[in-house]
Design a protein around this ligand. Structure first.
Ligand SMILES: Nc1nc2c(ncn2[C@@H]2O[C@H](COP(=O)(O)OP(=O)(O)OP(=O)(O)O)[C@@H](O)[C@H]2O)c(=O)[nH]1
Length: 278
């Protein structure tokens, strides 16, 4: 029996929910069972059939209205409430075995880089509930092809990795928005970036400031040391891209189904061609 899953994290608007929905559709098409767990108490109306939804326990809208809190204070209140009710989460997730959880999280990265909310939830899922989890951390490709933003995004990803202590996969989302040849070339550079590329460039005014030269090099070396140097491109409309990402997730969570993946035709997920032409 394997209880596995991925926690989908990243800054606001990075494409986490879109990725969760595409991954679940992709997994259903290849005959694998999976469920979406929504841990965003501020999520808009249901976009997808969530198996577990924190809004059934507490929603940001209610908290802001009833306790007169702002959005950030309200969000922290929601998670403190969840931490006091982890048995609710356990009951909702139930006894799923041989299935896969895709956990959609809020974009307020301070929840997993600054305060111990997510580490506690992750600890509960891994230690008490026996889940093998990994983190898929999304950053927008249009954002990171700017060198200084690449480094600031990578440092956020790294602090998430250090705080959550999970196997970590970096993903560059929205690659379909990279259209011109120059940006495509730049994107390629950031898929397996040489952290020392900081040293050579003068195309970025911020990093051209010689006063910060030594600091920049030290940061680049630290990123290299922590192995934060591989990024998988995500194109939600391309099944090859989803297949690659899923194979990385399977690898780091050591997913092993006791049996062959189910046949999507047998499962009625895609039309049987013969039937169609009869
Ligand atoms: N072109 C393009 N747009 C995308 C892609 N993924 C997401 N978007 C758009 O980006 C916006 C944000 O996407 P979401 O999936 O809601 O992002 P999120 O990270 O879940 O957002 P928060 O939960 O608010 O942090 C939406 O308008 C999406 O339609 C993508 O792969 N390509």
């Amino acid at each position: 029996m394997s209880r596995v899953g991925t926690v989908v994290l990243g800054p606001a608007g990075a494409g986490k929910t879109t990725f969760c929905n595409s991954l679940v559709t992709h997994m259903q098409q290849i005959g694998r069972n999976c469920h979406i767990v929504n841990l965003d108490p501020a999520a808009e109306a249901k976009k997808y059939e969530f198996t577990v939804d924190i809004r059934d326990l507490i929603s940001l809208e209610d908290v802001m209205e009833e306790l007169n809190l702002g959005p950030n204070g309200g969000l922290i209140y929601c998670f403190e409430f969840l931490l006091k009710n982890l048995d609710w989460l356990e009951e909702e997730i139930g006894d799923y075995n041989d299935e896969f959880l895709i956990i959609d999280c809020p974009g307020q990265i301070e929840l997993y880089t600054h305060i111990p909310v997510f580490p506690t939830i992750i600890n509960h899922l891994t230690r008490n509930m026996n889940f093998q989890l990994c983190c898929t951390y999304l950053m927008e490709s249009t954002f990171v092809i700017d060198k200084s933003k690449f480094f600031s995004g990578t440092l956020s990803a790294m602090s998430t990795m250090l705080l959550l202590e999970l196997p970590h996969i970096n993903i560059l989302s929205k690659v379909d928005l990279i259209k011109d040849q120059y940006s495509k070339k730049k994107l390629k550079q950031f898929l397996n970036p040489d952290p020392l590329l900081l040293e050579d460039g003068n195309d970025d005014n911020l990093l051209a400031n010689k006063k910060f030269d030594r600091l920049n090099k030290l940061i680049a070396n630290m990123i290299d040391e922590f192995g934060m140097v591989q990024y998988l491109p995500l194109n939600v409309n391309d099944s090859n891209s989803l297949t690659t990402i899923l194979s990385y997730i399977d690898d780091v969570t050591q997913w092993s189904e006791n049996q062959e993946p189910k046949d999507p035709v047998d499962e009625g997920l895609v039309p049987d061609e013969e039937e169609e032409f009869e």
